[in-house]
Design a protein around this ligand. Structure first.
Ligand code: SIN
Length: 318
């Protein structure tokens, strides 16, 4: 544990996640407090706060101190709460409304749904901040994994190979959304989102190399045969999910998780649907940069616009 500016940073596992104590994130933060939180995220990829009293406006105000807040989601439609286009509610009801009733239940062709938020965008959100409103009495934990550590855990020869590769990320590709007659099908057909990103991304702040593919959105490695692509992606998906790189966060009312989508993947739980428990969380995301690979080449957009601030900075969360 370290204590700076009266803030405790308490690591939760060897690579991933730290709990931050001693700061009320519902109040404006000092520059020093912002600095401590940023450093903790840079080191641990995700930080957790407990017992916070945030509503939508306070969550947006908190996030605005770390970057510009985006709309809730490129496919948010009319699901965001009135007056808060930045809020993306995560609950079975909200997902049903946003994408259709069977979206949640459709398992990805690539197995578990580890992902960083909306990587099919040309500039996927840099950070996400998720706040718990209603949590199940048990189950419903979110898992996180450190993709910089996962990259370092590969052999030098494999790292050299993947350093030069690029891959297509496409929203809905791994659940065949384009063939769906539900709302998710309308979204991906009318407003497709797809980009080519480097398989290894250089983190713009730490300079670390990270594995930048995920089973939810990465469709295929460019320039390889489908079979070659499948094998390399499967190996990387297995690598990022190794238990030693992961941490598991148990939600309580008032809990907040704040992660760096450029250095962590997360996995939403699938262990509460059959229990019928309520689970309602609210997420905001902060504007991200265009990924760059080890060769210095940026990503290319195939389809979709850059994802920018929901409103000008001075009026955000006014
Ligand atoms: C998300 O993917 O942002 C939601 C994670 C969760 O439901 O735990």
């Amino acid at each position: 544990m370290s204590t700076i500016e009266n803030i405790d940073v308490i690591p939760q596992s060897g690579w991933t996640g730290a709990e931050i104590r001693g700061v009320d994130i519902g109040k404006p933060l000092s520059a020093a407090q912002v600095g401590v939180i940023k450093q903790a995220i840079l080191r641990w990829k995700v930080v957790f706060f407990r017992d916070q009293q945030l509503d939508h406006a306070a969550q947006i105000a908190f996030g605005s101190q770390f970057g510009e807040v985006t709309p809730g989601h490129p496919y948010e439609g009319d699901v965001a709460p009135p007056e808060f286009p930045e809020i993306h509610t995560v609950s079975p009801k909200a997902y049903g409304k946003r994408y259709g009733q069977s979206y949640q239940k459709r398992l990805s062709a690539n197995g578990p749904g580890w992902h960083a938020d909306v990587t099919p965008l040309i500039n996927p959100p840099a950070y996400s901040i998720l706040r718990a409103e209603t949590v199940p009495p048990y189950g419903g934990d979110t898992q996180f994994t450190n993709v910089a550590a996962a990259y370092e855990g590969l052999s030098p020869a494999l790292r050299a190979l993947i350093d030069g590769l690029r891959a297509e990320h496409r929203f809905g590709a791994n659940i065949n959304a384009e063939r769906s007659d539900e709302r998710v099908g309308d979204w991906v057909r009318s407003k497709p989102l797809a980009s080519i990103h480097p398989v290894v991304r250089v983190h713009p702040e730490s300079g670390e190399k990270v594995i930048y593919v995920n089973p939810s959105f990465t469709r295929q490695i460019v320039g390889l045969t489908p079979r070659e692509s499948r094998h390399i992606l499967d190996l990387l998906f297995e690598q990022v999910a190794l238990p030693e790189y992961t941490a598991r966060f148990k939600w309580e009312p008032g809990s907040v998780a704040f992660w760096d989508n450029r250095a962590a993947l997360h996995l939403a739980p699938r262990d509460v649907e059959h229990l019928g428990f309520d689970r309602v969380l609210h997420r905001i995301t902060l504007v991200g940069d265009v990924p760059v690979g080890p060769d210095g080449k940026p990503s290319e957009s195939l389809s979709g616009e850059a994802f920018l601030a929901a409103r000008p900075r001075e009026t955000a969360a006014a």
